[in-house]
Design a protein around this ligand. Structure first.
Ligand code: NDP
Ligand code: BG6
Length: 520
């Protein structure tokens, strides 16, 4: 270790990570329903290109887009090239050219039998041309309420079939949100099982593909020193913040139907809470890890009537700092009561976390992009340095997992400030992915697509897990939906675009004598 000012830098033993195996994809075709959309443009095509450019996909691979927008292969290739150039600073021209030659497109709707037959014919021809051995991944990139219908249509067209056989494999990746409440999630799960077996279904939560999120498991379970203090005896509370500076952008149609709780609490936020709170899995395999997460979700105390009133704050951004308010965004109803922000407190009813509040807040058009988890430890119970500290209580140890844009781990601890007097101050020990590993790390979608190709299900969500997370949210959704328009207008707390959310979210934590961490 080397000390530089207030930072402690850790040197990684190059042997340590040189031995890591670089994982490679398996030959296959990737069909993307909804290929004319935002996710395909911003995430899927750049991720596939990056994997291909880095030699992590075999040459036996193709992408076949499908959507109603009229395009031919050439127009789709122009779009694909544009999407790569917009997302990547350093494009490898020869690899891009080869990648683009592997991109194809068929236009059509989901009830258009002739178009679907054309899609199947193209898929078969491409499978033969690129020697994919019949392996197929379908990445559903359409609005989520179409997943069931599209699966049925693709199945009836003979593109999908229920099979336990992995050779060749047919796998379908479903975007989130998977359902919009407990009933629709259950209905979707059972509908999909008419056409696919569970081992063909890959439910995505792209947060699980982030390096910093995967690191939480390693940090907790590959180190000895934190586990003994990871419980209610030492931890005062947990905070999870998911702040975005962007507004609803062009996704008003979707957002008006879903809102922040469905958009990010049911999935990303509960996944982060589970990674922080779960017990030690028996092994690093999909069943063990996902099984422990399920146990954690089952331990979260359900929200009751009083709990919702006291512990849940819903907010919506209003105009401010030269930005329009949510209700003025294109496609949003002028009296919309859809929440663009929430803050809540929940408890986990098990031995480890008894009495430890988990505070979670998430929102759009907040001051800056910042996702992190803070584990705030209890204050030291003794007063040995009280006199030196002028009677002030010392701040506690805080361990922060930076998810993005700061990626790493920070630990604050008390230290002596050099000088004759015994003077104490909290210092930070920082580990930052960029400083340490440099370059670019794998993008979340790269990781997830590669895992799906390899049949590794550890980062994908199970049927039971999805249903449990909706079950937990259900009382809040029900209560909210039972409110009349007038009541909703008074319950939704407005905040200025570019601020840190409504003051009620601060009050939620401050009434317990605590504060949100990293506000500026
Ligand atoms: P879009 O709204 O851009 O829709 C994708 C495509 O779906 C459209 O281009 C459209 O293609 C097709 N589509 C839209 N409505 C219909 C309809 N009624 N019938 C048939 N096709 C339709 O969605 P995104 O690309 O933003 O998102 C896709 C999925 O990914 C969603 O489930 C979303 O929740 C999820 N997601 C998106 C993220 C993002 O950043 N965009 C992030 C995380 C998840 P056409 O009209 O050409 O048929
Ligand atoms: C998606 C949400 O799941 O995650 C979006 O639907 C949100 O509303 C996005 O903007 C944030 O993802 P990331 O990876 O940019 O934090």
């Amino acid at each position: 270790m080397e000390s530089k000012g207030d930072k402690v830098q850790v040197h990684v033993n190059p042997q340590g990570h040189a031995s890591c195996e670089i994982q490679k994809g398996v030959r296959c075709g990737v069909i993307i329903p909804g290929a004319s959309g935002d996710l395909t443009f911003r995430k899927l095509i750049p991720s596939l290109y990056n994997l291909y450019a880095a030699g992590r996909l075999p040459e036996e691979f193709f992408v076949l887009g499908y959507a109603r927008t009229k395009m031919d292969d050439n127009a789709f290739r122009i779009m694909a090239e544009d999407s790569v150039r917009k997302s990547e600073k350093a494009v490898i021209e020869t690899r891009l050219k080869d990648f683009i030659q592997r991109c194809f497109y068929v236009p059509g709707g989901y009830e258009d039998k002739a178009a679907l037959l054309n899609l199947k014919k193209r898929a078969n021809e491409l499978a033969a041309k690129f020697n994919t051995g019949g392996n197929l991944i379908v990445h559903m990139a359409t609005p989520p309420d179409l997943f069931g219908k599209i699966t049925k249509c693709l199945s009836e067209a003979g593109l999908l079939m229920k099979t336990a056989d992995e050779n060749p494999f047919i796998r379908v990746m479903y975007e989130k949100p998977f359902g919009r409440d407990i009933q629709s999630a259950k209905a979707l799960n059972s509908e999909l099982l008419n056409y696919l077996s569970e081992n063909q279904i890959y439910r995505i939560d792209h947060y699980l593909g982030k390096e910093t999120v995967q690191n939480i498991l390693v940090f907790r379970f590959a180190n000895m020193i934190f586990e003994p203090v990871w419980n209610s005896e030492y931890v005062d509370h947990i905070q999870i913040t998911f702040a975005e500076d962007i507004g609803v952008e062009h996704r008003a149609g979707y957002y008006e139907k879903y809102g922040a709780l469905r958009d990010v609490f049911q999935n990303h936020m509960l996944q982060l809470a589970a990674l922080i709170g779960m017990e030690h899995p028996a092994g690093f395999d999909a069943d063990s890890v996902r099984g422990e997460k399920i146990k954690f979700l089952k331990s979260i105390a359900p929200f009751d009537e009083g709990g919702i009133k006291d512990n849940v704050v819903m907010g919506q951004y209003a105009a401010g700092n030269n930005m329009t308010g949510y209700r003025q965004e294109q496609g949003v109803s002028p009296d919309s009561c859809v929440e663009t922000f929430f803050a809540l407190k929940m408890f986990v009813d098990n031995k480890r976390w008894q009495g430890v509040p988990f505070y979670i807040r998430a929102g759009k058009r907040l001051k800056r992009k910042a996702s992190h988890i803070a584990v705030v430890f209890k204050k030291i119970p003794t007063c040995m340095f009280c006199k030196e500290h002028q009677g002030n209580t010392m701040s506690p140890n805080i361990l922060i997992f930076g998810i993005q844009p700061e990626q790493g781990v920070n630990l604050t601890f008390q230290a002596k400030i050099p000088g004759s007097k015994m003077c104490l101050a909290p210092l930070e020990m920082k580990f930052n992915y960029n400083d340490l590993f440099g370059g670019r790390t794998s993008d979340d979608y790269e990781t997830l697509i590669l895992d799906c190709m390899r049949g590794d299900r550890i980062l994908f969500w199970t049927k039971e897990g999805v249903e449990l997370s909706w079950q937990l949210l259900q009382p809040v959704l029900q209560k909210w939906e039972a409110c009349g328009m007038g009541e909703k207008q008074s319950l939704i707390k407005m905040y200025q675009a570019g601020a840190w959310g409504p003051k009620e979210a601060d009050m939620l934590i401050e009434k317990d004598g605590r504060k949100w961490i990293i506000k500026e």
